[in-house]
Write a protein that binds this ligand. Structure first.
Ligand code: KG4
Ligand code: ZN
Length: 359
């Protein structure tokens, strides 16, 4: 039995969790700063690191307490090393180093945040594996490689092929804005509360996704063939142009000042993003004969993305439970468990890696 303490502070969530054998979540504590940043309409890095400093000690204590254990019962600490905000990452890294200093022999494993998102799928129950036309199994079905993984969050959009634990081949990714960033920016244009993703999904529920024609950017390589990269910044520009044309007097600084068909706009925007994400992930899965498609990251909470991927994939699709889509430390602990098994141990002098690519 291997017990890992996970610590995550890469962005605006201060999180700690205790997970046994990469699967059994004994505690999963998340202190979100969403309310703090909402007033600025986005994450304010300076405020984020200060809030992490205030929260980290209590969050780690709570995770150990809720798991009914102490550091003596922990085999290793898995802590997010990057990518993320430097001032936020150092808080978690220093916490882990401090704990290890007080417990000689307790290993630290520096984790890639994106790998954490990937491993949220190893924590998902059997009901989160969808096979068209089949009743979900009641037992966890092991994940067989190769799988195609789509990571979609506020900071990242990555399409990966995974052939083994800990091995990632990058098929493509965003060349400008991340998918979640596009949701957040367009949410702001529509005058919806931050973060934009959940707000747009909610607003879109009563809307017509065919009301407005927003661009689907498929991107092509040198020989005209579609590639696996994404571009979402043009969508924001197109949304702004559309708003100016349908609502005379529209001012992005005061989006609420003129009446807008928010539901139709939200639904049309959401459909445009989802169509491209689903189309490319499925093409990648077919090209590489993936046994399943895994979706992770904050945007994987999106109900249209889930529904369309499941409807079109022609192979099983796995999504994390909503509580594991956004940043948390259970996913870091689970990814850390597989790193622990592979023998990884990091020295106490390790540095953070704010721009650390996964592949
Ligand atoms: O993974 P995450 O918590 O943080 C990062 O590592 O970036 O993802 C946060 C992102 C935000 O951009 C948020 O708007 C988006 O995930 N998001 C959603 C939904 N829930 C969260 N986007 C679309 N639909 C949702 N339901
Ligand atoms: Zn994340």
């Amino acid at each position: 039995m291997t017990t890992i303490l996970g610590i995550e502070t890469s962005c605006d969530e201060t999180a700690a969790a205790v997970v046994i054998d990469g699967r059994d979540i004994r505690s999963n504590v998340v202190a979100s700063q969403a309310d703090l940043h909402a007033q600025y309409g986005g994450v304010f890095p300076e405020m984020a690191s200060r809030a992490h400093i205030e929260q980290i000690y209590g969050v780690v204590r709570a995770a150990l307490n809720q798991a009914n254990t102490t550091l003596d019962g922990i085999d290793a600490i898995a802590v997010t090393r990057g990518p993320g905000l430097p001032g936020s990452l150092v808080v978690g890294a220093n916490m882990a180093k401090g704990l290890a200093l007080g417990h000689p022999g307790l290993p630290i494993i520096g984790m890639n945040h994106l790998e954490g998102h990937v491993y949220s799928l190893w924590l998902a129950g059997p009901e989160y594996r969808y096979t068209p036309g089949e009743v979900p199994s009641t037992e966890f079905v092991p994940i067989h490689f190769p799988v195609v993984v789509l990571i979609v969050s506020g900071g990242h959009t990555e399409l990966l092929l995974m052939n083994e634990h800990g091995q990632y081949q990058r098929l493509g990714g965003t060349i400008d804005d991340a998918a979640g960033e596009a949701f957040d920016k367009v949410g702001r244009l529509l005058g919806l509360p931050y973060p934009g993703g959940p707000s747009i999904q909610k607003a879109a529920a009563g809307g017509n996704s065919a009301a407005f024609d927003l661009p689907r950017v498929w991107l092509r390589g040198d020989h005209g063939e579609q590639n696996y990269d994404f571009s979402f910044s043009g969508l924001k520009t197109a949304a702004l142009r559309l708003l100016r044309s349908i609502a005379p007097g529209y001012d992005p600084e005061h989006p609420g000042a003129v009446p807008l068909p928010v539901a139709d706009l939200a639904a049309s925007f959401q459909a445009a993003v989802v169509e491209v994400l689903v189309g490319k992930a499925i093409r990648a899965a077919e090209a590489h004969n993936a046994s399943e498609i895994l979706i992770a990251g904050g945007v994987s909470a999106n109900s249209l993305l889930r529904a369309e991927m499941i409807r079109q994939a022609r192979r099983p699709v796995r999504v994390p439970p909503l509580s594991l889509c956004t940043d948390n430390a259970a996913m870091i602990a689970t990814a850390g468990y597989y790193r622990f098994l592979s023998g990884q141990r990091d020295s106490a002098g390790f540095d953070i890696r704010p721009n650390w690519p996964l592949a």
